[in-house]
Structure formats: C-alpha cells, structure tokens
Design a protein around this ligand. Sequence first.
Ligand SMILES: CC(C)(COP(=O)(O)OP(=O)(O)OC[C@H]1O[C@@H](n2cnc3c(N)ncnc32)[C@H](O)[C@@H]1OP(=O)(O)O)[C@@H](O)C(=O)NCCC(=O)NCCS
Length: 215
Amino acid sequence: MRLNQNILLLGKKVVLVPYTSEHVPRYHEWMKSEELQRLTASEPLTLEQEYAMQRSWREDVDSGDLIDSPSECTFIVLDADKWRAQPGPPEESCMAGDVNLFLTDRGDPTLGEIEVMIAEPSCRGRGLGTEAVLMMLSYGVTKLGLTTFEAKIGQDNEPSLRMFQKLHFEQVAVSSVFREVTLRLTVSQPQRQWLLEQTSHVQEQPYRGGTSEPL
Ligand SMILES: CC(C)(COP(=O)(O)OP(=O)(O)OC[C@H]1O[C@@H](n2cnc3c(N)ncnc32)[C@H](O)[C@@H]1OP(=O)(O)O)[C@@H](O)C(=O)NCCC(=O)NCCS
C-alpha cells in the first residue's frame, strides 16, 4: 500500500517496516504452523504464492489506484533489540511477526480492521504485540483518518482477546458459526489523546532511504 511503502516506524520494542521480498522466506516458514494458520484464520500458501502475494501488494502500489482508498496496510514487525544490534539488511533474523490494517468497508472509510501476529515464540509475552498494535492504531488515526477499529478474534484465543481488551477494545458481536468475537475501539477525542501519548516516542524514518527494494 502506497502510504507505508517507504516508511519505517521506530518504537521502543518494535520496528515496523513495509513487507518486502526479503521477508517472504521467514514469513512463509511461520505460516507452515497449523496453530498460526488457525489463530490467524489463514490458508497455507506455497513459497511461490507467498512471493506472488507480496508482489501483488507492490503492484497495487505501482498502479496508483489505491492512493485515496487504500485497502490494506501491512507492516512487518521487527524485534527492536535485535534490529538495534544490527540495523538495516538483512532483516530476516529480526523478524517477529506482522500487523495489518484492512479498510474493508467502502461505505465507511473511517473503519479499519486490525490484525496482529507475533509469530516468533521467543518474542511473545514481551509487549511487542501491544506496541505494534498501538503504533498501527496511531498510524491509522493520524495518517489514514480512521476513527473506528475492529478486531475479529477466535473465541478461544485468550492471549489476543486479553491484549485487545487491555487496549480498550470492547466486544460488540459474537459469531457462533465462526466461533469468533468482534471487538471494537471507537476513537473519540480522549482515546485519540491517549493513543498519541502511548506512541509519542515513535519516530518515522525513510525506509532504506526511501528507495524501492528490488523484487
Ligand atoms: C496475541 C499476540 C499478538 C500477543 O502478542 P504478545 O506480544 O505476546 O503480547 P504482549 O506481550 O504485548 O501482551 C499483552 C497482553 O496480552 C495478554 N497476553 C499475552 N500473552 C498471553 C498469554 N499467553 N496468556 C494470556 N494472556 C496473554 C496479557 O493480557 C498481556 O498483558 P500483561 O503482560 O500485562 O499480562 C501473540 O500471542 C500472537 O501473535 N499469537 C498468535 C497469533 C494470534 O493469535 N493473532 C491474533 C489474531 S487477531
């Protein structure tokens, strides 16, 4: 998605970078896990399909048809401690997960659906998921004009349910068919203030000097 293709967001525990071809092999390895497939409601892809997926994201960028109406914003989540020890490429060894915003409702451009995955087991439970979500919410509010966020989470996914509830998301629907809960955060002025305070340390930098990576 054009808006975040060349930016890097530097937080305390995580660094968010655009999804590039360099990240595909590790991402593909993660998604072989049946547990992660179940928790993220994802279908397994072949490595070639995963590269095609990443390229189509770039091609959307180049076609320019999403400038005013982005449909998806994806960042790879890097472990900031590892990244600080070795900033820049290769980033594969710093990868912790990903975080996405989907603008699914064309009738309501202020609504975004958020997903997050901290895939590396050694990176879980250290606050990386929380900071990645906060940074993405702040990005959505300040850069994309979003005011409502939804998260669809499996009924039994206790870690994710707890994390989003700690971030002030509230349950608005339950689908017994999909065994899924919808949580929502509506960002009015106090929540906006809170969000900006939580992310006031975040720095935005050009990603690799703003140049596109080779495909
Ligand atoms: C859910 C997930 C993103 C949490 O990320 P994380 O970095 O491990 O979480 P954090 O360290 O930021 O923890 C935030 C809060 O989440 C809750 N939480 C995290 N792990 C938990 C666990 N294993 N059990 C219960 N609650 C947990 C806690 O409330 C925690 O706050 P606390 O540390 O003050 O108790 C991560 O476990 C994950 O990616 N799981 C697999 C994929 C997935 O389920 N994605 C969500 C689909 S939308």
